[in-house]
Design a protein around this ligand. Structure first.
Ligand SMILES: C[S@@+](CC[C@H](N)C(=O)[O-])C[C@H]1O[C@@H](n2cnc3c(N)ncnc32)[C@H](O)[C@@H]1O
Ligand code: SF4
Length: 458
């Protein structure tokens, strides 16, 4: 299905904008949030029978990919690095569990990074055992891990499957030699193919590939070959991320030759061509930048309007509350965002003093929660049902969002949404620019020129 995108629409909407993995977005969180606030929220959580999503951030990677904007620490692979990390992580986990009190059921567990498989097999076993000593793990839930195909041998994949991981995500990025060379990531197709086959043999319920469009030296031709190669391996899910060029945050990105980076129209061409290619080969577009085989649970959940989203990405089985452990990890407990310190020595130092390593956070106001609800519905279901809004919050949608009416009119005129008295529905074109539709509901963005701190929306 080809999409009618004219230059005017593109120029208008290809502005810097948040990805809305949270609302309010992280720049609005405050360092004023004290450790005590987190402790109080954990205690509140202990008083009810809500379930838990647990994210663990393992920051190490063996080598640096120059494009990467994740929170990572580059270290040669040594057992002692992981051991020192686990000592502190375990302390954090014990403190969090003690503040909660009663044992909680983990419905969704996600190890991300960095590269979680930096840990040795013995360390992986110790970490999983530690989690089970403090929490109950629902093995029918989503137990997922991010894996770097360059550094994971068969035995480690088998161990992960044996202890209960059922979802795996491979950082593929691209298959083109020049592109990969420029981002300092040598990772031949044969290696990814081998890992994918092993994952199938081990019966992981779902295999995801991360690919990134807009990297230096990518062109429509090279990325078409990459997507063809991805399709040949038939991963259940594909996250196709827009390259976040944020050199003020990720210094190694300054190494890139600016002229080699596709911008605006060219980048959008790459995206649309890839999207069409995937749609023609049995994938369904899920929300913004995710694709899933039509047979995959994610596609079904999306079609049934029951897909959810949090920092770990899209999920079918959301838990009630969300805790993040490890440097930079984010949680959302009892209506409060909490983020840990990002710098590893700081994380270690605070835990050595028996202090939870909180850096910043945000207690949501009622207006925040209302806008969060709308943005989540737009991002996950591409639809806001005005009746449901009324039933949830007791306000008429039109009354509450009077100031947003001109933004919505613009979006209708540009073909991004359709609106009637019952609902707002995001069109096919609007799905590409859904971040821009959401930006109109972002109260904080409107208060100031906040665009500069984000990567571009396309
Ligand atoms: C933690 S990594 C994945 C696991 C593992 N470290 C690896 O690279 O294989 C998370 C993903 O974030 C994406 N990512 C990192 N930096 C990005 C950037 N600047 N723009 C867009 N996506 C990015 C990549 O696709 C990467 O696979
Ligand atoms: S892309 Fe993955 S392996 Fe590369 S630096 Fe980032 S987190 Fe590490």
């Amino acid at each position: 299905m080809s999409l009618p995108i004219d230059k005017q629409t593109l120029t208008k909407y290809d502005v810097a904008g948040p990805r809305y993995t949270s609302y309010p977005t992280a720049p609005e969180w405050s360092k004023e949030i004290r450790v005590q606030t987190y402790i109080d929220k954990l205690k509140d959580f202990g008083q009810n029978d809500k379930t838990l999503s647990l994210y663990i951030h393992i920051p190490f990677c063996e080598s640096l990919c120059y494009f990467c904007a994740c929170n990572k620490v580059i270290r040669a692979n040594e057992e002692s690095v992981g051991d020192e990390f686990l000592t502190h992580l375990f302390k954090e986990m014990e403190m969090v569990a003690a503040h909660i009190g009663p044992r909680k059921m983990i419905r969704q567990l996600h190890w991300g990074g960095g590269t979680p498989t930096y840990l040795s097999e013995a360390q992986i076993q110790r970490l999983f055992a530690k989690i089970q000593s403090l929490f109950d793990v629902d093995f029918d839930g989503e137990i997922a891990i991010e894996v770097d195909p360059r550094t994971v041998p068969y035995n480690k994949l088998k161990l992960l499957r044996d202890i209960g991981f059922n979802r795996i995500s491979l950082g593929v990025q691209d298959f083109d030699d020049k592109v990969m060379d420029d981002i300092n990531r040598i990772q031949p197709f044969s290696q990814v193919k081998q890992i994918t086959e092993w994952c199938r043999e081990l019966q992981y319920a779902s295999i995801n590939f991360d690919v990134v469009y807009g990297l230096p030296y990518q062109t429509s031709e090279t990325f078409k070959k990459t997507i063809d190669a991805v399709i040949s391996l038939l991963p259940d899910r594909i996250a196709m991320y827009s390259f976040a060029y944020v050199p003020w945050l990720s210094k190694p990105q300054n190494k890139f030759n600016l002229e080699a980076i596709a911008l605006h129209e060219e980048k959008l061409d790459i995206f649309i061509q890839s999207r069409n290619n995937l749609l023609e080969h049995g994938y369904q577009a899920i929300a913004m930048d995710h694709f899933a085989l039509k047979t995959d649970g994610m596609a079904k959940a999306f079609n049934e309007g029951c897909l959810h989203r949090n920092f770990m990405g899209y999920t079918l089985k959301p838990a009630d509350e969300f805790i993040g452990l490890g440097p930079s990890a984010i949680g959302f407990v009892e209506n409060t965002y909490i983020q840990n310190v990002k710098v590893l020595p700081e994380y270690y130092a605070l835990l050595s003093e028996n202090t939870l390593p909180v850096e910043r956070g945000k207690i949501l106001t009622q207006d925040d929660r209302i806008r969060q609800w709308v943005i989540n519905h737009l991002m996950c279901q591409f639809e806001v049902d005005k009746d449901e809004f009324f039933k949830t919050f007791g306000f008429e949608f039109e009354d509450y969002f009077m100031e947003e009416s001109s933004h919505l009119r613009n979006c209708v005129e540009d073909g991004l949404i359709r609106e009637d008295y019952k609902a707002i529905k995001v069109t096919d074109l609007g799905r590409i620019f859904v971040r821009n539709v959401c930006m109109g509901f972002d109260w904080y963005l409107r208060q100031k020129d906040g665009h500069k701190r984000f990567s571009r929306t396309v």
